[in-house]
Design a protein around this ligand. Structure first.
Ligand code: AMP
Ligand code: GLY
Length: 420
């Protein structure tokens, strides 16, 4: 079989690597990929928003299945577009992708189906939003209603911070946000909960916890994710059933009433308050870097799972997992998430010897004449599977020291809640 993967991050490299393990696959294509995918797939320099060129390439090369990694092409309707040409695609359609594309869409769904979430208000202009702040208690949360790559969310401790958030969102800092949301601040511990769907049924796809802030101790600016570990320390059978029954099933019912279904990965971002789940956000894809910690634990052939989802027979597939703990540390370019230098060579990559429980997934890298260059903010993902998180983290830090990339930085406290 020939498979095409859309995207260029650590998540997509992890997906390529899992697929590569299957003896049913003879060729992988990555659109556009990175220096890591280059080693196991053929990177195709087509912009992932250029739907027509992607479609033509897929048809010309007889690609059997397409897997869409990131949110942007999903929210823009790549799945709907390719399916019109009878191409098999793993990922949700445009309508279902509103779960991530519009926070207001999701909040309204929560209201209609009594899904537990933070109380909220929707504001269409600065004046109404400022007025609301005058009578509010703090902290509260202000969010732009559009895709903002993990940014666009402000935790405001007072009126001044609230005013800045309103000003920045309506002045277009995160693109064209027509509305903003003001939410109650939920105090608890976050958890990323994953499920995989075939449109008819779904299966649990493990949990993880990411660290979004740039500085140690979970301080500083929000990023795409500085590291993650799986499983979350919070998960238990009772909580899992609550999440499925109070949040996921009503959401699927809501989508069905809108005349659509859900196929693909669903990432439920939760705040857990005293073993009770509250929905913070949905993402219509795998998390990055959560995916890099979860896929190495999967024992079942990933292609069998993707195909079953596209053929509405996920119930036939048994998902098997390693019970090891998995941890990922992201090596970033100095300066991220603000400005950083690009096209800096990463030397010493060849000095890294990885054993079978260690993985290196590339993100913002590019290969030229046998050398690897950093071209993005998040550059490399180091993953280790071990009997405990502490051992996994120590292992990774040893590798990071061998690489010794002077233009990069990483958080050495990933997993601090599960490591004493
Ligand atoms: P979001 O993009 O909606 O996931 O928000 C980004 C981050 O902001 C989340 O991962 C949480 O850490 C935080 N956050 C969002 N909404 C809330 C809330 N209502 N209460 C507390 N923290 C929140
Ligand atoms: N790690 C957060 C995300 O993928 O959105």
């Amino acid at each position: 079989m020939k498979i095409g993967i859309i995207g260029s991050g650590g998540r997509e490299h992890a997906i390529c690597k899992s697929l590569k393990n299957s003896n049913k696959i003879n060729k992988l294509f990555c659109f556009p990929g990175n220096a890591g995918t280059e080693e196991i797939a053929e990177n195709i320099k087509i912009d992932m928003n250029d739907f027509e060129s992607i479609k033509t390439f897929i048809i010309d090369n007889n690609i059997d299945l397409v897997v869409v990694g990131p949110e942007q092409p999903l929210v823009s309707g790549l799945v709907d577009y390719l399916e019109k040409f009878k191409i098999k695609v793993f990922g949700p359609n445009k309508k279902a992708s509103q779960l991530e594309g519009s926070k207001i869409f999701t909040k309204n769904l929560c209201k209609k189906f009594h899904i537990p979430t933070a109380k909220f208000g929707i504001f269409e202009n600065k004046k109404e939003a400022y007025k609301f702040l005058l009578s509010s208690n703090f902290p509260l949360v202000i969010k732009a209603d559009n895709l903002a790559a993990g940014k666009g969310v402000y935790i405001c401790n007072n009126k001044i911070e609230g005013n800045i958030a309103i000003e920045e969102i309506f002045n277009g800092k995160f693109g064209d946000a027509k509305n903003l949301l003001i939410e109650e601040f939920l105090e608890g511990e976050e958890m990323s909960f994953f499920t995989i769907h075939d449109g008819k049924t779904f299966k649990y796809f493990e949990t993880a916890q990411d660290h979004k802030r740039v500085l140690e101790g979970d301080k500083g600016k929000n990023t795409g994710g500085m590291g993650a570990y799986s499983p979350s320390r919070l998960i238990n059978e009772e909580l899992k059933n609550k999440i499925i029954n109070k949040i996921i099933k009503p959401t699927l019912k809501g989508l069905s009433e809108l005349g659509t279904e859900y196929k693909g990965f669903l990432y439920t971002g939760l705040m857990i308050v005293k073993n009770e789940p509250f929905l913070i956000e949905y993402n219509v894809r795998m998390g990055d870097p959560e995916c890099q910690t979860i896929l190495p634990k999967l024992k079942t052939d990933l292609i069998d799972i993707f195909l079953a989802c596209c053929e509405k027979r996920l119930t036939d597939v048994n998902l098997e997992w390693s019970q090891e703990k998995s941890l990922c540390i992201v090596l970033c370019s100095k300066g991220y998430p603000d400005t950083f230098k690009r096209n800096i060579e990463i030397e010493n990559l060849k000095k890294l010897n990885l054993n079978k429980n260690e993985y290196l997934f590339h993100a913002g890298t590019s290969e030229k004449n046998g050398k690897v260059y950093a071209i993005g903010g998040r550059v490399l993902n180091f993953i280790s599977l071990a009997h405990d998180f502490k051992f996994a983290r120590e292992n990774i830090i040893k590798k990071l020291k061998i690489l010794n990339w002077s233009d990069g930085f990483y958080r050495s406290d990933i997993g601090h809640r599960v490591i004493k």
